[in-house]
Write a protein that binds this ligand. Structure first.
Ligand SMILES: [Zn+2]
Ligand SMILES: [Zn+2]
Length: 244
């Protein structure tokens, strides 16, 4: 299992891509979320959009889904090895199509449906891709908004956008090698995200497993991340670096 961040910026980032991870395993790949900035990240890796085979959507904030329309159209014009397979939490499917349909429904060859672009699997608790199991983890992002992280034992937990769910983090700490956790890294508290202060209250062995993502542009330069690493056990995700 290789994990490569195509972007690790927050929703307002202009200097780095929005948060998304490309998982490479077995004979395939899966992208967690698909912001528009993934196109550049994939280009820098020497990959084209039609090489993306599976996508999981954590929630519908635009910095996590605003590349899906381009991905769908690219696959239609330049078909890849397979039609992209979209794993979407059941309660998000209709709303996701509503955000995409304005650019996808009408074509020169007639009306198209969501299923014409993606092989869609609605998921509730878990799904499997090429023998690897992914468990959906409801997150504490915005009240009443459906949002999820992913647990992929024994490899990783990926928090998605969330406030810190300390009891859950403690409960799975021994079951995964790495925890990719969001952190906005700003002094002010954002009620829908996790602060650095909160993560620093966790036991050190948990902090040592954590790679932070979805962070502000203040840490876009490598030397700023390095300064951070000299002080803390927590690590900041580096775009395009391969984690395993
Ligand atoms: Zn976000
Ligand atoms: Zn969000």
């Amino acid at each position: 299992m290789k994990v490569t961040f195509l972007g690790c910026g927050d929703g307002f980032s202009v200097e780095q891509g929005h948060n998304s991870a490309l998982l490479t395993f077995a004979d395939t790949n899966l992208c967690i979320d698909f912001p528009e900035t993934n196109h550049l990240g994939l280009h820098q890796l020497g990959m084209k959009l039609n090489q993306i085979e599976h996508i999981f959507i954590t929630h519908l904030h635009e910095d996590h889904v605003n590349g899906l329309q381009k991905l769908a159209l690219f696959h239609r014009v330049y078909p890849g090895r397979m039609k992209p397979k979209l794993y979407v939490p059941t309660g998000l499917k209709d709303d996701l199509w509503q955000t995409l349909r304005h650019g996808l429904e009408l074509t020169t060859r007639g009306k198209r449906a969501f299923e014409d672009y993606f092989d869609i699997e609605c998921v509730e608790k878990e799904f499997a891709v090429s023998g690897v199991n992914f468990e959906l983890v409801p997150t504490l992002h915005v009240p009443d908004m459906l949002s999820y992280g992913l647990l992929c034992k024994p490899f990783f937990y990926f928090s998605g956008d969330t406030r810190l769910d300390e009891s859950y983090i403690r409960s799975i700490a021994d079951e995964v090698q790495t925890m990719y956790h969001e952190c906005h890294m700003q002094d002010d508290q954002l009620p829908s995200h996790t602060s650095l202060e909160e993560l620093l209250t966790l036991p050190e062995f948990i902090q040592a497993k954590m790679i932070l993502m979805h962070y502000v542009d203040d840490y876009v330069e490598a030397d700023q991340r390095e300064k951070f690493h000299q002080v803390y056990k927590l690590r900041l995700a580096e775009p395009l670096l391969e984690y395993s």
